[in-house]
Design a protein around this ligand. Structure first.
Ligand SMILES: *Cc1c(COP(=O)(O)O)cnc(C)c1O
Length: 457
């Protein structure tokens, strides 16, 4: 045994090997040394138990594999075959080319992030995007923060610190497990006052709840659920009329914020513009939901309230990054021309794509598969969903591949382990790939991943 262990070559001898020299140049000598030591330690254990004879070639090969595995980025692109367009776990909205182009120079160089080019003095990062948000929503003033959760928290903290926040019991939303309206209000320093019932809330309920300690009335879009049947809720216009009489501000958390209501084949809902027109003092929504931009929290409303928000110390903790501002400005600019928004914002284009066109792409993708795989793939109608907690009851007619003749779970896990990973879904005990969320141009890659996964016995 000890002879075998002694026959393991030294790290220094292995480092002198041609391959190790090449790896050192790309990964760094210390890193190669560290992995060699790891592999040698494994070999030593195997040699001790008499399972194998240490061999320099095997050590070097294993080291090469490990170094390459470690070099794969942790965060990477995946192919979304789930049919969920704004998939929060898959990064929500893919950015438009215009947004990517705007990112690059700002990310790779210096920028006027907080520098006023007109005066040569210090400027404000919050000036960027503000004009566009104001123009697109018809609001007096605007502010962008890190995400919508931060936006809601900032609004509550500024307008209702140690004061009461009135919310309908029908609107106490939980989004994605960690964002819960009651908890956000409490952590932001407000005291939640629930009014009405789960299914019915009337203006009278709000009126009775208003008192000397009231700081804010908060109306929350129910996003990911709907209450059906014997229901009644209070419109934003009624609330703003009440708030004027009582002198209490109204905030409207829209969640998704559909900027142009006729842009998407979805039931019309009041969006940011309508909320501003109805007189909400402040409106908040996400940049990476139906807008199709980067993660951001968009805030707009009266000049008085937005300037108060700008002075809140928490804003520093919620402040938006220059990369976000660059991507958001470019995305928003597309909305000034609805035809451009429809075509060039990927999330919008995906939601608009007719089922026939999705089906045609699924069919075209088959051509890239091996004939055996092609035989086993059925093109079937499917239903995509919006995702991002928006329009929970809407399904979009779609189409895609269903794999017949392979266990769905093993096919699913092999596709998930591929490069790039393909995330599909299992439906009717078949592994399925919904082509609505496979981007035009990705069909060939999807075909390769599925074909390779198929060949593994
Ligand atoms: C999604 C959502 C949020 C949270 O927005 P993020 O941008 O994910 O922080 C808050 N409120 C509502 C109603 C939402 O739908």
């Amino acid at each position: 045994m000890s002879d075998l262990r002694r026959s393991i070559p030294s790290v220094d001898a292995l480092l002198a090997d041609d391959r190790a020299v090449r790896w050192s140049a790309s990964f760094g000598r210390d890193e190669v040394k560290r992995v060699l030591r790891e592999v040698i330690a494994d070999q030593r254990v195997r040699a001790t138990s008499g399972r194998s004879v240490p061999d320099p070639t095997a050590i070097l090969e294993t080291t090469g594999v490990r170094l390459r595995e470690q070099a794969v980025p942790g965060l990477r692109r995946v192919l979304n075959g789930t049919g969920v367009v704004l998939h929060t776990n898959l990064g929500r909205a893919p950015l438009a080319s215009a947004a990517l182009e705007a990112l690059e120079p700002v990310a790779g160089g210096y920028s006027n992030l907080e520098f006023d080019l007109a005066t040569g003095r210090r400027g404000s990062r919050y000036a960027h995007c503000s004009d566009l948000v104001r123009r697109l929503t018809g609001s007096e003033a605007a502010l962008v923060v890190n995400n919508n959760a931060a936006a809601v928290s900032l609004v509550v903290n500024e307008l209702a610190l140690d004061r009461e926040v009135i919310v309908s019991r029908g609107e106490l939303v939980e989004i994605g497990g960690s964002f819960r309206i009651p908890e956000i209000i409490a952590r932001s320093g407000g005291d939640l006052v629930e009014v009405g019932t789960t299914n019915r809330t009337r203006i009278e309920d709000y009126r009775r709840a208003i008192g000397p300690k009231t700081g804010l009335i908060l109306k929350v879009h129910p996003s990911n659920y709907r209450i059906r049947g014997f229901v009644e809720d209070v419109s934003l216009a009624e609330l703003t009329a009440l708030s004027r009489r009582e002198g209490v501000p109204v905030a409207n958390d829209l969640g998704s914020g559909l900027l142009l209501s006729d842009l998407l084949p979805l039931p019309a809902e009041p969006g940011p513009k309508e909320a501003a027109a109805a007189g909400a003092d402040v409106v908040t929504w996400s940049g990476d939901k139906l807008l199709g931009g980067p993660q951001a929290g968009i805030i707009h409303g009266s000049t008085e309230i937005v300037s108060r928000l700008r002075g809140n110390p928490l804003l520093r903790a919620f402040r938006v990054d220059k990369l976000t501002l660059a991507a958001l400005e470019a995305t928003m600019r597309l909305y000034t021309n609805p035809a451009a928004a429809a075509e060039r914002i990927p999330a919008v284009a995906m939601l608009r794509e007719p089922a026939g066109s999705v089906r045609a792409r699924a069919e075209a993708g088959l051509a890239f598969c091996s004939s055996e795989v092609r035989e086993a793939l059925d093109i079937r109608p499917m239903h995509s969903v919006v995702g991002g907690g928006a329009y929970p009851e809407v399904t979009l007619e779609s189409a895609g591949w269903c794999a017949v003749g392979r266990r769905p779970d093993s096919l699913e896990s092999r596709c998930r382990a591929a490069t790039p990973p393909l995330i599909g879904r299992i439906e009717d005990d078949l592994f399925c790939v919904d082509f609505r969320t496979i981007r035009p141009g990705e069909e060939k890659e999807v075909a390769r991943v599925v074909s390779e996964a198929w060949e593994v016995p």
